[in-house]
Write a protein that binds this ligand. Structure first.
Ligand code: GLN
Ligand code: ZN
Length: 723
């Protein structure tokens, strides 16, 4: 009989119970006892769901915030003596840095070894996720833990890896766990010979574990898969969905050495239903050689909990599966292999449903020529025309787009969405907010204004609702970090604007002032990165379709007298494939889609982009090819490190580095903001430098925003005087 297994099921709960419990605790509305009890219950519900469909699953997956932090606490890298201290590490003043988990939109807490010995000692953490667990305990494997940490002293990786593996062995043996589920996704990165060597050496210690050890990899192929089959472990988990066929190819040549193969064949990252009968063929073939366990490819927490209550059109509903339905697919695959096909046939009936096709859009994309991706004239020429129109001072000041989304803004927007407020009253309210924001910017004396984004719940969902071919899910929440959730839309058909998307608000804002107001758009790569994307046409085509819709919007901006357009692309780095050898292919369509948005604007229209903080050094050459006029980058948290990335390239565009870290309520003085500027000006000519805060002002209060921006404008004034 074929065995089934699943892991990484969302912890959120169907009603977002997780969020309510944890945030309730933060707000002191939920006691510690209630929290622990509630999380335990939620964990049990989760296990019941697993049990309904699969033979086995990991125990102790429930975290109160992030599994990397839990691992750090378990092995004594950090200490927390109370839940308050635990959450302090997640979101307090000295919280761990957060960064994107591989090429996903999940953010993890980054353990930092700076100033600490990489020594490990098993601890009894305040939040013990393994309490009551006996088998299959879920732990992030030592390699991944260290690879994703930072601040390890030079040359200490190998030693640390051994130490940590030893600590892990002690832990598992002392607790008497019957088996462990080790997650090691970092093994899909492009690793050096030394790293592979260190891995094999350190993991040889796993032979001392008394119980069973299963090692899971996912998100891509493992370059040296054969090495994993030589390790003293009992099973290897591989991703057979996102591996470009590379894992499967290797498996054909690999000697199983008596190991189980956890064949990840059900996609944990996208919502499309599995082509079960095709997959069953692959499983049959693998079963000839391997002891196969059917499982998911990538943890399921990238998906909404369940389709129950999803507000999707019927044809689409028949094509998709959320986390719970993915469990069902694992079960159906096992049934097919056992000769029970009926339910599986029913399940895949609609997977090839065709709908949402727009012929004109297809034709427009296939008619695109190379020159459609090229803006003319060159930057050097158009910048002069832009300056004639805009007449900007040195060190122009602006913000990144959003302004505080007050209780009231959120309340009124929700009323409208629920149909309890009519369109006209809602629009009047939004206009009122825009007018206030313009007035405030006028008083502050900023140079380039924004309308404030009050009408937007989320920078992707907002556009998804305005485009044909994209469905929003209503209740399809996914955690992006901690308790923070978002609802990725589903791009299922050809994409086109359903009328203007943002022009009325921007044009209204512009009508209130003589200062230029920026048109504000979310770029194609970010819309794709934060959605579930169709797989029946190449992703490049999806990107170009979105780009054309944005292009139309930009043309309408120009007609409405808008002189500056900002196309936000915060996800461009995150969406890059894990293996650099696949970057070229990705950046090719990513950059072209951005260029397509703006390639036919007037020379005097100034194109801005914005990116959130990430490892820029490596992608600088690609960024330059996007051919924008001005870029703003969230930078203050990087303490100006980002500036180094600009030293290495010939960066000839205008740039604004966030001088105010908006993640804290602290209002910085002009002097404090000046530090970043001074460092930057050693590398970037002052003629090219803009002054702006970081992104995300929507999360702050006006009481913080106004004084901070006042200081920012003051800083610009002083800088101008100094030159
Ligand atoms: N325009 C958006 C804002 O200012 C950009 C958000 C982002 O960078 N993620 O909030
Ligand atoms: Zn940003």
């Amino acid at each position: 009989m074929v065995k089934t297994y699943a892991y990484g099921f969302p912890k959120l709960g169907k009603q977002r119970e997780f969020k309510r419990l944890i945030e309730g605790f933060w707000a002191q509305k939920v006691t510690e006892e209630e929290l622990r009890e509630g999380i335990k219950e939620l964990g049990q519900k989760r296990e019941e769901t697993y049990r309904k469909y699969v033979d086995a699953f990991p125990q102790g997956e429930m975290t109160l915030y992030d599994p990397m932090l839990d691992t750090a606490l378990l092995f004594g890298v950090y200490k927390a003596n109370s839940l308050e201290e635990y959450f302090e590490l997640c979101r307090g003043k000295n919280a761990l840095e957060m960064t994107k988990w591989f090429n996903t939109n999940y953010h993890y807490l980054v353990p930092d070894f700076e100033g600490r010995e990489p020594a490990f000692k098993v601890c009894e953490p305040v939040w013990n996720r393994h309490e009551g667990a006996t088998e299959n305990v879920h732990i992030i494997a030592p390699f991944t833990f260290l690879k994703l940490s930072k601040g390890l002293p030079e040359g200490s990786f190998e030693g640390a890896l051994k130490e940590l593996t030893k600590a892990l062995v002690d832990y598992v043996n002392s607790k008497g766990f019957k088996s462990v589920h080790l997650e090691d996704p970092a093994l899909v990165m492009e690793l050096s010979e030394e790293e592979w060597k260190a891995l094999v050496e350190a993991y040889s210690l796993l032979s001392e574990v008394k119980g069973e050890v299963n090692l899971f990899t996912y998100y891509d192929s493992v370059d040296r898969l054969e090495l994993l089959f030589e390790l003293p472990v009992n099973g290897i988990g591989v991703d057979l969905v996102h591996d470009r066929g590379e894992n499967l190819e290797q498996l054909k040549k690999i000697d199983p050495r008596g190991k189980k193969l956890f064949a990840g064949v059900v996609d944990g990252r996208n919502v499309w239903r599995n082509d079960l009968f095709k997959t069953a063929e692959v499983l049959r073939e693998l079963s000839e050689k391997f002891d196969v366990v059917i499982t998911n490819a990538a943890p399921l927490f990238h998906l909404p909990v369940s389709l129950e209550g999803a507000t999707l059109p019927k044809e689409l509903l028949q094509k998709v599966a959320f986390a719970e339905e993915k469990l069902k697919e694992i079960k159906l695959l096992a049934e097919i292999l056992e000769g029970k096909e009926e339910e599986a046939r029913e399940w895949v009936k609609g997977i090839n449903n065709k709908f949402g096709e727009i012929k004109a859009v297809r034709e427009r994309v296939s008619a695109l020529k190379e020159e459609d991706f090229v803006r003319k004239p060159s930057y050097k020429e158009r910048v002069k025309k832009q300056q004639e129109v805009l007449n900007l001072p040195l060190f122009p000041t602006t913000t990144i787009g959003s302004f505080p989304q007050t209780e009231e803004v959120r309340r009124v927007r929700l009323l409208y969405r629920k149909g309890k407020l009519d369109k006209e009253s809602y629009e009047t309210f939004i206009r009122g907010e825009i007018a206030k924001a313009i007035q405030i910017q006028e008083e502050l004396g900023l140079d380039i204004f924004v309308h404030g984004e009050f009408e937007r719940t989320d920078m992707v969902e907002f556009f998804a609702e305005k485009m044909k071919g994209i469905a929003t899910t209503g209740n399809g929440w996914v955690i992006s970090y901690g308790t923070r959730c978002y609802r990725p839309p589903i791009i299922y058909g050809d994409v086109e604007r359903d009328g203007v998307m943002t022009v009325p608000e921007i044009a209204f804002a512009q009508s209130l002032t003589d200062k230029p107001v920026k048109g504000m758009l979310t770029g194609p790569v970010t819309i794709i990165a934060w959605s579930f994307v169709r797989e029946d046409i190449p992703i490049s085509e999806v990107a170009y379709q979105i780009a054309l819709a944005l292009k139309d919007e930009i043309r309408d901006y120009e007609e409405a007298g808008i002189k500056i357009v900002q196309i936000d692309e915060p996800a461009i780095r995150e969406k890059a494939p894990i293996k650099k050898r696949n970057w070229k292919e990705y950046f090719d369509w990513a950059i072209k889609s951005f260029r397509l948005c703006h390639s036919s604007v007037k020379p005097e229209t100034q194109i801005h982009t914005h990116m959130c903080y990430s490892e820029f050094g490596e992608i600088m050459e690609y960024i330059l090819e996007m051919d924008f006029d001005v870029i703003s980058i969230e930078a203050s948290r990087s303490k100006g490190d980002i500036i180094e990335a600009f030293e290495k390239v010939n960066f000839d565009r205008q740039i604004g580095l966030g001088v105010w870290d908006i993640h804290s309520p602290y209002v910085p003085s002009a002097e404090e903001m000046k530090e970043i500027v001074e460092r930057a000006l050693r590398v970037i000519p002052k003629e090219n430098f803009w002054i702006n805060p970081d992104c995300g002002l929507k999360t702050r209060r006006w009481e913080e925003v106004i004084p901070a921006l006042r200081n920012l404008v003051k800083l610009a004034g002083e800088l101008r005087k100094e030159t």
